[in-house]
Each structure stands twice: as structure tokens, then as C-alpha cells.
Design a protein around this ligand. Sequence first.
Ligand code: PMP
Length: 454
Amino acid sequence: MATQLSEAALRDQRSQFHPFTSITDLMTDGPTVMASGSGVRVTDVDGKEYLDGMAGLWCVNLGYGRKEITEAIAKQSERLSFFHTFNGMSSDVVAECAEALLQRAPVPMSRVFFGASGSDANETQLKLIWYYNNLRGKPEKKKIIARWNSYHGSGVATASLTGLPGMHTLFDLPKGPIIHVSAPYYYRNAPEGMSEREFSRQLAKELEDTIEREGADTIAAFFAEAVMGAGGLIPPPEGYFDEIGPILKKHDILLVADEVVSGFGRLGTYWGSQTYGYEPDLVTSAKGVTSGYFPMSVCFISPKVWNVIEGAAATAGLFGHGYTYSAHPVGAAAALAALKLIDDLKVVDNVADVGPYMLQQLQDKLGQHAHVGDVRGKGLMIGIELMKDRGTKETFPMANRTGRQVLKAAAARGLITRALGDTLVFAPPLVINRAEVDELVEKFALAINDVMPA
Ligand code: PMP
């Protein structure tokens, strides 16, 4: 954060209304304005270089400046810059992309539906679920269960689905038929002495009690990220999905895997659901599908859901839903190039190697720090939760904004992290190597000590 703001920063500051940004901070510190990127690094307009520990917003999985993707985008823009998919239209590159995606699905899937963001994809899933239950003669089965601390988007419906109260207040969102159950937040919420497995059982019991209270015939779906991202970097406790999966099946409740962050290798398997061994009925993905080079989202639809939709096609009204930019041909070209790179560069194998290494390095360097309460994560989704007192788990006063102080100290040292309250998170490009991980950990440890010496 420069003390003297650049022309670009001033222009931005007086013109742009930023998402999820404190206006006071923006006016005090100015925006950090990036100008270029290469590999795992970005450079701002003042020429300062940063190691991007967040891959943009958990999306630039293949790193910056990938010629294979930028050239595919340029070529497709010249050949056919746009065509849509309404009323039975399509484009060759979209057809190829849809097929390539189905080949990579975590479980056999029947169709993909395209959009431009994770939020719009989850809006699609909600409408798809309600459409499906109407078509199969279960109009009462409409409620949706999500978890506190989840993040599923910021549209009107998906912000309600998201389990972060800060996104509900001040907007008068229509809550709709959405119910939240407890987050699988072992570190903060498990009773003292309870094992992870016991905690998973407790959460499964809460879910089952909720279903029984509401009536299974009123509940349509359960949404879950594999590892919770924006709500605090929360991996599930051991056995969590094993415990809840059968309950959902028993009550004919669809499992929607929100793989917007965890898809395409982030956890060290191609899909997060594979890391934890559960079988989704619907999958939401975005971000990594084009590595952030083009806005694109993909909903995967299982045979169970698709067969109902296709079976009712002759008599039901059509699926009156879609976006101008659903299945954008330039996005499809970007996705095809990104999917090929994920395979060619063996990105998933890299995460399976580098992810545990990074977690270990962070634990070794910071695990004993007086103010580091928990270092947790899976693959290349890692969080470090700060505590005023790690013994009693007393948190810092909110007003201290300790997480933000560390974020700023890291930025000063040329490292981008993200502060979710006092949990600092990392989700670097999936192509990061061990030497770059060492550099990240080193810079982060220094930043922590800048703010609070051990
Ligand atoms: N689901 C998850 C799990 C996410 O992390 C996000 C965004 N970080 C979204 C949905 C929403 O995606 P978008 O910001 O592209 O709308």
C-alpha cells in the first residue's frame, strides 16, 4: 500500500464502488492497483511485486500469463466472438467444452449448464431443484438446508443461502425456504475433549433432527462446500460427509456440492467430493474452470435429476432460465485450454505434493507462536487462525482488526493473503512449487512477527 497514491489509484478511488470493501479503508489506504502478472506473482502500478497467496480470488489456479489460455481466447474471439445457447442454438467450441467437462465430472453426470459466476450457478441450482421437484409431483419439497459459515454467492437467493449474517443484514433479503445448520467448525465449536468423529456425529444428529422437525417431504436439497472457504477456511472434521451422506439419501434430499473453489484440483484431488468420498447429485463449479481468465460457471446435473427433467419434457413447461453469457464461446475456448493444462502439467499431483508440504511448513514455523491458535487446511486451501490466548481460545477484540494488520504487514513484505476476520487464508495458484511455498511461509512468518512478536 503506497503512501503516495498513484494516478491509477486516485482514479479508482474516486470512481469505483468496490465489492466487499470498507469505504473508510479505501479512502485511508487507497486501493492496491495491479498492473501485470506472471506465474504466481503480480506487480502493482508502482512496480511492487507480490507473491499472490490467494490466486486472485481462489481462481487463478494455473498462474498468470499462460499463453496457452490467452492465445485460445484471442483465437476464439476472432473466429466467433459470441453466440448464445437459447432456443437450441450453440457453438462448436461450447459443444466440445461441455463434453470435456462431463468426461471430468466426479461421478457420472448427464448434462452441464453454463453461466458466468459461482453466484449465478448456485441460483441456477436452486431453480433447477425446485423445477425438478415440481416436475416429479413433489411441490411441497422445496426447503434448502445450508450451513452457517458457508459461502454460496451474493445474489439475492444465494446471499440468503450463504451462512454469513453480515451478508444478510442491511439488505432485507427475502430469506426464502432456507434453513441453516451448524458449521463443521471443529476448532471453535466442538466441545472440549470431543473427537472429530464424535463432533461429526453430533452435526449429523442436528441435521437429522432438523429434517424430522421440518418434515423430510418439505426438504429438497443440502448445499455444502467440501472445505468452507470464505466463511473461515474450515475443513470438515473426520467422517463428516460419511455421517451426513446416508441421512440425505434416506430422506430423498439432493446433495449439492459447491465446488466453486474446491473443483479442478485445489484439494489435491480433481474434485473436493473425491477428497472426502461423497457422491453429489448436483455440482456447482466456476473459477478454476478457466483459471479466472474468463468468467464462467458450470452446473453438473446427475442422471437422477436429468432423467426427471428429460422424462417430463414433452408435457412440462421449458426450463425458463439462462443468461446471455451462458456458454460463451470465448469462455469455452479458455476452459478447454485450462482443462488441457490441468492434465498436461499434472496440476492435481502438484497440489497433492505441495499442499501437505505447505501445511507442514506453516505448522512448523508458526504452530507454537503465542497467538497462532490453529493452522488447518487441505490441499492448497490453508488457514491460520489467530488468537489473543491460544490456550483459552480467547479471540482478539474485533476492533483491533488483527487479521487486517497481518494482511497489511504481509502486503508490505510482498505477499498477498486474505483476512477472514482473524483467520488469514492462503489459496495460491496450484502450480506453485516448493521454493515459492518456502518464500510464502517465510514472508508470512515475518509479517506475523511484525504485528505481534512471539
Ligand atoms: N461458492 C463458493 C464456494 C465460493 O467460494 C464463491 C465465491 N468465492 C461463490 C460460490 C460465488 O462465486 P462468484 O463470486 O463467482 O459469484
